[in-house]
Write a protein that binds this ligand. Structure first.
Ligand code: AMP
Length: 423
């Protein structure tokens, strides 16, 4: 039996899990703050949901879906993203029939058959939100603001927000005509996939990661310059609202994002500190035609998703400590010998009401215990030797600040607790 988890999947535990839980908890709090309600959809759907939703000629549908037949021969697919499933559920349960916008969020594992590398997995996790039923640019600004706030709450400082508009059914055909006539004499410079995209779905050429295709696209016409009045007014208002909210952005005329359902506003959050192609942490956009394409009412919508795994990796790389690691300091109670344990238990009974405490259950060398505490994000170490135990004295080390304090347990308990609380 092969005991390795399948390629592109991971067992998540220990510190990695803490980062992810922190990201999920922070997002859930923020979603509630912006009045988004949770929705959970199945891990797999009828294949058609993604074929029609994401688009037949996208990389995801062409190459990356985990599609299988069930015992009755039905074609099912593990979800590669969240929006198509949420839209399917909204239509099935007519969730749009109440006050609009309908605002929902989700959090779950997604599956794409990609070539695994750091930050790119075959099973990964996304959390995202959708706002359905309103085409007012204020809601575009709200969704972008929410994405931005999420990364701020997580402790990121130097991320970049890219935005663009890819127009609507009115204006996109004009652009595509120009784009195709620009590409025609340059077809031999494109990769074989992009040559096919030229005929089937030229906008997808913007997704290509190959340098030669990027070079061709770079000097070509930009969809932003072909927007109809309505789309232009829309993106101008979104930008005005972002300015009002003091959100820094950059218009990136080559941004299209890899799904066919997007219209008008699209955006992506990237980190220039990641030098690989895996530098996008999340993104989203408007999808004004998807609900009607699925057979629902003609209803605009906008949403976004962030990659939890990639965000966690970047937090670790940038040494961003989850606020809970700092704000809620953990205490390591170190018994220097067997005789220390009764006093250690007495202390932990009090401290565990407010703090995460761990005890060393086997006295060992102090240096190695302190190293372990530092590596495992303990803010403080309480050291109890024979003298401390008999005199009920506490020696406590602030591990991050390299400071040491002494307290008399019976008379200075409150002072000790204030120190742990950072007062
Ligand atoms: P997308 O659904 O492609 O717009 O992706 C949204 C976010 O999900 C990306 O910015 C990544 O952070 C994350 N993501 C997408 N695909 C993967 C993957 N294969 N592995 C890990 N994270 C991913």
């Amino acid at each position: 039996m092969d005991l390795n988890s399948p390629r592109g999947t991971a067992d998540i535990y220990g510190k990695d899990l803490k980062y992810r839980n922190f990201i999920e908890d922070t997002a859930k709090k923020l979603f509630k703050n912006f009045n988004y309600a949770e929705i959970k959809t199945p891990t797999f759907e009828h294949t058609e949901v993604f074929n029609r939703g994401i688009g037949e000629s996208t990389d995801i549908v062409q190459k990356e879906m985990y599609t299988f037949k069930d015992k009755k021969g039905r074609s099912l697919t593990l979800r590669p993203e969240g929006t198509a499933s949420v839209v399917r559920a909204i239509i099935e349960h007519k969730l749009y029939s109440k006050r609009l916008p309908l605002k929902v969020f989700y959090n779950g594992n997604m599956f794409r058959y990609e070539r695994p590398q750091k930050g790119r997995m075959r099973e990964f996790h996304q959390l995202g939100a959708e706002a359905v039923g309103i085409d007012n640019p204020v809601i575009d600004a709200e969704i972008i603001w929410l994405t931005n706030r999420l990364f701020e709450e997580l402790g990121f400082k130097n991320l970049e927000l890219l935005i663009n508009s890819i127009g609507c059914v009115e204006c996109r055909p004009n652009f595509l005509k120009e784009f195709k006539s620009y590409l025609e004499p340059r077809l031999d410079k494109l990769c074989s996939d992009c040559k096919i995209r030229y005929y089937k779905n030229p906008l997808r050429i913007f997704d290509c990661k190959k340098t030669k295709c990027k070079e061709v696209v770079k000097n070509g016409p930009k969809i932003f310059n072909y927007l109809c009045d309505n789309c232009r007014k829309h993106i101008d208002s979104v930008i005005d609202y972002l300015k009002k909210l003091n959100i820094k952005y950059e218009i990136n005329y080559n941004l299209v994002r890899g799904f066919d359902y997007y219209t008008k506003t699209i955006f992506e959050v990237i980190s220039k500190q990641i030098k690989s192609a895996q530098n996008a942490l999340g993104g989203g956009g408007r999808y004004d035609n998807l609900i009607s394409q699925f057979g629902g009412p003609d209803m605009p919508a906008i949403g976004f998703a962030i990659g939890v795994d990639r965000t966690a990796i970047l937090m670790e790389q940038l040494k961003i400590k989850p606020k809970c690691f700092n704000g809620f300091k953990k205490v390591y109670l170190i018994a220097m010998e067997e005789k220390s344990y009764p006093f250690i238990l007495e202390i932990s009974k009090v401290l565990r009401k407010d703090f995460i405490c761990e005890i060393n259950f086997k006295p060992k060398n102090l240096g190695s215990e302190l190293k372990w505490a530092e590596k495992n994000d303990f803010g403080f170490a309480v050291i109890i030797g024979e003298e401390e135990a008999s005199e009920k004295k506490i020696t406590i080390k602030d591990i991050e600040e390299y400071k040491q304090y002494e307290f008399d347990w019976l008379t200075q308990k409150d002072k000790l607790i204030d120190l742990l609380k950072g007062k």
